[in-house]
Structures are given as structure tokens and as C-alpha cells.
Design a protein around this ligand. Structure first.
Ligand code: JQB
Length: 271
């Protein structure tokens, strides 16, 4: 997969040389190319921002440098072997975008070429999305309900989530399909706790069932933990579980977990 990133802070993406993604690049699975947006300005100050029409706080990124940069990156694709008609998928992080989920990560992982346009200030002049929306299947995405100072951190998140889905990036394919949020994985339960050696650490024991060698009992215990953790940490997910996909034991564990949550809530409200 080819990934281009246009930014006023290309240094921000140094972590993409490390660990999983660094190795994927070394192996030729990922081809990441960074571009300085200011290289497509023409004034001495290399200006990329201006005041917002209609007034209001902050500054807005000018459309012209973005369009020149995007056009140059798209044109560079024609020089690649077999890339005459290739066009990247354009991804623009913004707090007002559609939510980036595991489903969207899988969708992006199926694309041969992604182009990221992380902004700063109050975002990019909306006409840039209007210009490329159709031709580059532009996507405005948000990584979550909090406000960042710019789109760079969102790009790091998205690239990591997508890269680990590419064939050959993770050592074993099971770690991808077993993910909590992999579509169809355990009906979207959170993962339970994990343990490794030593068996007792600072007085904390590894749950003995995990040392028992009783595989069916271990699987059952893990599922119980996953159900309890989902109710506690993600009641929204737990409430959406399909009862038809749950066994009788599952339903008992869930009921018990909900009772525990409700009794804690009543203690909290009583002070
Ligand atoms: C500028 C960004 C995010 C990109 C994602 C997420 O755009 C803004 N609007 C209001 C206040 C602050 C900004 C700052 N800003 C470009 C930009 C924020 C992405 C962003 C994001 N993806 N939160 N914030 N989940």
C-alpha cells in the first residue's frame, strides 16, 4: 500500500519509522511518503492560512496550496509502474467527520493508495473537499469525540490501525480476526484480562483456571470476563448484544454484571 501525507509538520510523522510500521516499510509492504504543504506556496512567508470569511476566531487553511500539493501527489502516481489511471483515496481528519471505526480501517486496508491531508488552525477551506470529494472519494473522518489541535495525531492513529490489517504486517493472522472490534468477532465483546509469567507477582495470583490446562473451562472463563468487562466499560456495546447469539450461561453472566453495575450506581447516588 502506498500512503502519502501532506502536512505543515512532516516531522510529526517520525513514529512511522518505528516498530510494526517501520518494519512493514522495510519489507516493502508499506510505502509512506511525506510532503511539506508549504512547498506549494509561492509567497516569501510560505503562507498557508488566512482569516475566515464571515468572521469568527482563528484562521482557516487556504485552498490553493492544498490543491497544488494534492494535484502533484496524484500526478506522481502516473509515473509508477501500472499507475497511469491510479488515484488515491483522500482522507481528511476533522472533528466533524464520520467516525473512524474498525469497519472503516478494513475499508481503507483494501485500498492500494491513501492520501492524508491533516490540517491545523480551524481546518481547510471547505472548497477543497468539494473539489476532490468525487474524484478522490474524499472522506472526512474523526477518530473520536474530543478536540485535537490538528489532524496529525489522527493520521498516526489511522495509519497504525490500517497497517496492522495489511497481509504480512502482523506475524499471525488470528490476532486480526480476534480483535474486539473486528466485525463478527465474538459479537463485539471487549477482550478480557491477559496474564503471563510469573504465576504470583507482588502477591497477585494468575487466575488458577488459566494454569489448569482445561481448555473448555478456560474458554468459558475468558468469555465470562469479556462479558463482565463489556458491561462495566462499554454498556453501550453490552446493551446492543444480540440475545439470539448468547447462550444461557452468557445471559446469566450478563444479568449478574448489570446487577453489579446498577448496585454501584445506587451507592454512588446515595453518596
Ligand atoms: C484542525 C483539528 C481534529 C483535524 C480528528 C478529532 O478543526 C478544529 N475545529 C475546532 C477546534 C479545533 C480544531 C483543530 N483541528 C485540524 C484538525 C482537529 C482533526 C480532530 C479530530 N480526526 N478531534 N479533533 N477526533
Amino acid at each position: 500500500m502506498r500512503v502519502d501525507i501532506i502536512s505543515i509538520f512532516p516531522e510529526y510523522f517520525a513514529p512511522l519509522g518505528v516498530s510494526l510500521i517501520g518494519k512493514a516499510r522495510d519489507r516493502g509492504i508499506l510505502d509512506i511518503r511525506l510532503h511539506q504543504l508549504r512547498d506549494w506556496t509561492h509567497d516569501v512567508h510560505r503562507t498557508v492560512d488566512d482569516t475566515p470569511y464571515g468572521g469568527g476566531p482563528g484562521m482557516v487553511m487556504k485552498p490553493e496550496p492544498w490543491a497544488e500539493a494534492i494535484d502533484a501527489v496524484v500526478a506522481s502516481g502516473a509515473a509508477e509502474p501500472g499507475g497511469e489511471a491510479a488515484r488515491p483515496r483522500l482522507i481528511v481528519p476533522t472533528p466533524s467527520g464520520r467516525r473512524f471505526t474498525q469497519q472503516v480501517a478494513l475499508e481503507y486496508a483494501g485500498e492500494p493508495w491513501l492520501l492524508f491531508a491533516p490540517a491545523r488552525y480551524e481546518g481547510i477551506d471547505a472548497r477543497v473537499i468539494a473539489e476532490y470529494g468525487e474524484s478522490l472519494r474524499a472522506d472526512e473522518v474523526s477518530i473520536g469525540d474530543y478536540v485535537l489541535a490538528g489532524g496529525e495525531a489522527a493520521v498516526l492513529v489511522i495509519v497504525e490501525a490500517v497497517a496492522r490489517l495489511l497481509p504480512g504486517v502482523l506475524g499471525n493472522a488470528a490476532s486480526v480476526t480476534d480483535d474486539s472490534f473486528a466485525p463478527g468477532a465474538m459479537e463485539s465483546l471487549l477482550e478480557g484480562p491477559v496474564y503471563t509469567k510469573p504465576p504470583v507477582w507482588r502477591g497477585h495470583e494468575v487466575p488458577p483456571i488459566l494454569l489448569s490446562g482445561h481448555h473448555a473451562a478456560i474458554a468459558r472463563w475468558r468469555r465470562d470476563q469479556a462479558l463482565r468487562r463489556t458491561v462495566r466499560n462499554r454498556p453501550d456495546l453490552a446493551a446492543g448484544l444480540d440475545p439470539g447469539e448468547l447462550g444461557e450461561h452468557d445471559r446469566e453472566v450478563l444479568d449478574e454484571a448489570w446487577r453489579a453495575v446498577r448496585s454501584e450506581e445506587s451507592v454512588e447516588s446515595a453518596g
